[in-house]
Design a binder for this molecule. Structure first.
Ligand code: 5GP
Ligand code: ZN
Length: 124
């Protein structure tokens, strides 16, 4: 048996907060999951719907994920779309902060799925 189990990703970082959420050792409010991707509520929501969509495998940011496993990035986007349909009106903003100057504070790639109201626009 060579295939990895859904909850045992090949790429993990024992110090990483989101790897710990994937492993279940840090609690989170999970709203959707697939064998490859997990989505949970942001602990500090900025809108009625604010969910983080995270590949189970550890990639540092969206560029590393896109280069390393583009199909997995597509899986992240597909789950974001599904969540927006389930938790809001199907419309959403998907944000990947990349690097500390762009606001990234957890260095395991995650898309912020934001919606559930008419959003303003103040990108910087
Ligand atoms: P970033 O700043 O890296 O783009 O986004 C990190 C996000 O993770 C922030 O919006 C922050 O509120 C959220 N966050 C930080 N720690 C936790 C946690 O322990 N649990 C959950 N659910 N979200 C967290
Ligand atoms: Zn991680």
């Amino acid at each position: 048996m060579t295939s990895s189990q859904p909850n045992s990703p090949t790429l993990t970082d024992p110090e990483c907060l989101f790897c710990k959420i994937v492993a279940g050792t840090v609690p989170a409010t999970v709203v959707a999951e697939t064998p490859e991707v997990i989505a949970f509520r942001d602990i500090n929501p900025q809108a009625p719907m604010h969910v983080l969509v995270v590949p189970r495998e550890h990639y540092g940011d969206i560029a590393q994920l896109a280069a390393g496993d583009p199909a997995l990035l597509a899986g992240v986007v597909a789950l974001a779309d599904e969540i927006a349909g389930d938790l809001a009106d199907g419309q959403f903003r998907l944000i990947f902060n990349s690097g500390p100057h762009a606001g990234q504070s957890v260095f395991h790639v995650h898309g912020h799925v934001i919606g559930g109201e008419r959003l303003g626009w103040s990108p910087a």
